[in-house]
Each structure stands twice: as C-alpha cells, then as structure tokens.
Design a protein around this ligand. Sequence first.
Ligand code: ARG
Length: 570
Amino acid sequence: NEIGGIWMNNQEIVAQAVFEVVKENLTLPEVERLLEKPKSVDHGDVAFPAFALAKVFRKAPQQIAAELAEKINPDAFEKIEVVGPYLNFFMKKEVISSMVLKQIAKEASQFGNSNIGNEGNVTIDMSSPNIAKPISMGHLRSTVIGNSISLILSKIGYQPIKINHLGDWGTQFGKLIVAYKKWGSEEKVKAEPINELLRLYVEFHEKAEEEPELNDEARAWFKKLEEDDEEALELWKWFRSESLKEFNKIYSMLEVEFDSYNGEAFYNDKMDEVVTMLEEKHLLQTSEGAEIVNLDKYDLNPALIKKSDGATLYITRDLSAALFRKREYNFVKSLYVVGNEQSGHFKQLKAVLKEMDFDWSDEMVHVPFGLITKDGKKLSTRKGKIVLLEEVLNEAKDLAFKQIEEKNPDLPNKEEVAHQVGVGAVIFHDLKNDRLNNFDFNLEEVVRFEGETGPYVQYTHARAMSILEKAAFTVDPEAVYALNDADSWEIIKLLQSYPEIVMQAADQYEPSVIAKHSIRVAQAFNKYYAHTKVLVDDEEKDARLALVHAVTVILKEDLRLLGVHAPNKM
Ligand code: ARG
C-alpha cells in the first residue's frame, strides 16, 4: 500500500483505489467528484455510486458495484460493502491512524499549512475604533476576528496586512473641542483620557438638548479644524494621541499588532482625486445641493459623496482608502471586518468602485459580524452606557486567577497563566460562534473551565501535555503508530480533517470553524482519556502517546490561529 508516503484524506484514498480499477473509463478527478459522504457512520466513511459506469459497462449498477468490490485493492479498508448500486468503504483504522500520526509527528504545527495563497497580499481593515470614544465590544469583535483571519490566511500562504482604519475625523471633534473648552481640564484628560473624553462627549449631548446653540458652536469648530486652524488642530492631535495610548493598552493585552494606523484623517488630502475621477467618469449628480452617485441599478440608495456645504463623508474616505490600498499593496483580496449594521455602506462602496470600472472591486469583501448585547440590549456610547473593554479583560484575568488558585495553587507562573487564560477566554468566546450571530455577554460564562469555553480547550491541552511529561515521551516521526479502537478513531478523524478545516475557515473567513474544531478535539480527547488507560505498559502504549502528542499539537495550533495561548500547565 502506497499511503503513508504522501498525505491523502479518505476521499483521495478511496478515489485512488477506485481509479486503479476503472482507469480505462474514468479519470481520477471524475472518480473523486462522484464520491459521496455517507449520511450515517454505519454506511462507512466514503461511498462510491456505480451508476456512472452503467453505460460504459452495459451492466446494472448493482452488478458493477459487486464486481468492483472484488477487484479493488483492500489494503486501506476494513471492509468494502456493496449496498445496491453503492460501494461503501470502511477505512482501516490502523492504516489511517498511522498515516495521520506520522504526518503530525513530522510536520508538527505546520500540519495543514499550504501555499495556496501564493504570497498574495490581503488587506484586512479591522478594529478601527473611533478616537475619543471607548473601544467598544464591536471593535473588540472586529479586532479578534480580523486577527484570527490574518493568522488563518497566513497559514495557507497569504500575506495579511492589518489596517486600523481609525475613526479620527468627523463632526464629533467639533463637539469635543467645545465641551473641552467649556467643561474640561488638561489634568483630567491626561489621567484618564478616554473616560474623560467620553464624559465630555456625553455632557455635550445632554447640554445640547437644552441649548441647541451648542451644536452651531461645534459645527464652527469642526470647520476651523478642517481649515487647519492651529488651536483646533492642536487639540485634535492631542485627543488622538491620548486615545491611541489607551487603545494600545488593549491591543497589547490581546497581543494584536497592526501594519498601518492610517485612519480617516489620513485621506483628508487624498479625496479630491477620487471626487475628480467620479466627475470625469460622469458619475456625480447634484441632488439638493449635494453630490451623489446614483446606484439604482444595484438597488441601493445613492452614495452621498459631498454634502451641500462641501463636507466629505465616511464613504468618500473609504473610496479614497480603497484606491490607496490597491496602489500601495496591490491586494488580491481586500477585507473589511466591520459590524453587520454597516453592510449597506460596504455594498455602496463596492458598487461605486464598480461603476468607476475598477475590476478589483470584485475582490473587496465585507466580513460582517453580529452584535454583542448586555442583558439583551444594544450597548451605546452616546448615553455613556458602555462596557469598558479594559475592565472586562482585567476582570476575566481575575476570575481566571481565582480558578487557577483553586485547581493548581502551586503553579509557579500563576499571573502569566491567568492573563493567558482570562484574555484567551474573552477572545475564544467571541470567536466560537458563527460571526454573524448576536450574543449576550456574560463574563462568568466566558471564563468557565467547563463547557465550550477557551479555558476548557486550554485545560485539555495542559492535561495532555502533563500526560506526555509523565511518560517522558518524545514522538518519533520514523516510527509506525497504529491504533484500532473506536474512541481513538473519533480523534483520528478530527485530526485528519485538519487541513480541510483550515481551508474552510479561510474560505468562509470564519474563525468559528477553528474554534469548533478545537472544542470537538478536546471533547473527543477527554472521552478517550476517560475510557482508556493511556499509560498502561503494552505494545500500543507508544501509539496512544503519539495520539496524545498529536492532540496537543492540533489544540495548540487551533488556539494559535484564534490568537489564544496554550499554556503547558494551568
Ligand atoms: N470607525 C468605524 C466605526 O467604528 C469603523 C470603520 C470601519 N472601516 C472602514 N473602512 N469603514 O463604526
């Protein structure tokens, strides 16, 4: 039997085996396309319907199936069952397990890597919080989803470029300047920038309800800012840098880094170009004094490019940013990891670029995600009702510390592990659901060591690591490790599917595929460990330990792709 030399999944193994006996009539890809996955495990791992050969052989499919079953090389299969016109293949567990365990012993964390991406650049617009406001749970989602997508894409050979498109421009700065000048103080902003700026912002909105003139003042200050007034610019820069300091605290807790912080303001001097292009292509129309692009043919609202007072808009900046990114990075894909509520905006953005005849607009993808609610309600900044992210992360850390204290009081690096577990729990919780799902945030649930949580996966990994340590086991890539039992088979199949899992996560821009895989591996492993005496001295001991080793490798890699640490002890 040839397998074991090169990596194949079960479909490919069956396809190869069938192909060997139908060479004259079908190509290998044709065979592969015909294969089916049986609905129930009782019907084996892979099925081949013989209908396709009925014409060539001029025989009933049932008869063809029976004849093929006789001819096919049985080495890789426990049995090949003929059920009517179907051939049901049951993989030979010891063959597949030795193939999978050898591959993971050889490749370790490289298992599942590929170069499909061909080093193509993929820009990922992610995080992108707004200056002078707290970074919200939505921005947290964007940050951790974007980061995980970048890790998954680089595993398959793309070159991710993480861009923080900061919301550092807009009329809110006029409001802030007014509020700061009236009710603010330098010391307070320095001491607690975001809190203080948020307080000023909230105060502005409260006062403006009674004194609408404040809005006119704010508009006037924003106009000054746009005209490069020195005082206004000075204050804006200061708000920006103080805010960024606070954001960076969170980014460093999450260990997320960016390749660019070019935010909205970066495009202030670059929008004329795109407006001119729109004019030249006769795409701009005037409507009630404003400049718009009509998008009727896309069934979308018109894109508002310039207001009647000449002010540019969010979409104008995004148009300019898209052009800039294409030139700067020549991306093969351009992702925008932004909440679902902005999907209208991204449809318009793409449609306008399409109207401008930029083919690369087809490669722009909005990667939307659902809302995080608290007690069923949307979190809003305006009213100052906000869960502060730094507090959430610190609280998660504290809760993790308490649990470690209970379970493993002698652990030497408790602080470090508590950080990895607490922060990891928040990240994992965010990534384990399909990204479009809304979910309610409950910290206690997030850091639980049981159930489908990050700490559970981390804990399972640490447990497996301690088994390896106890056995003083090192895996040997040249050895043959074969297993034959039903509990290990469940794990083997999950490990074997890993390269496809990674591809699926990448294709769908869906980190939850990885998170769910890690939970299934952890559950299968814990079940195995409960039923099997791994360390008993018999001839399968090394094979069992090689399986434990493979589990540690894949759990750690799953977690890494989510941006979560896998401590060896906890
Ligand atoms: N700052 C925006 C917000 O908080 C998100 C920006 C998303 N990125 C973009 N290129 N529009 O809503």
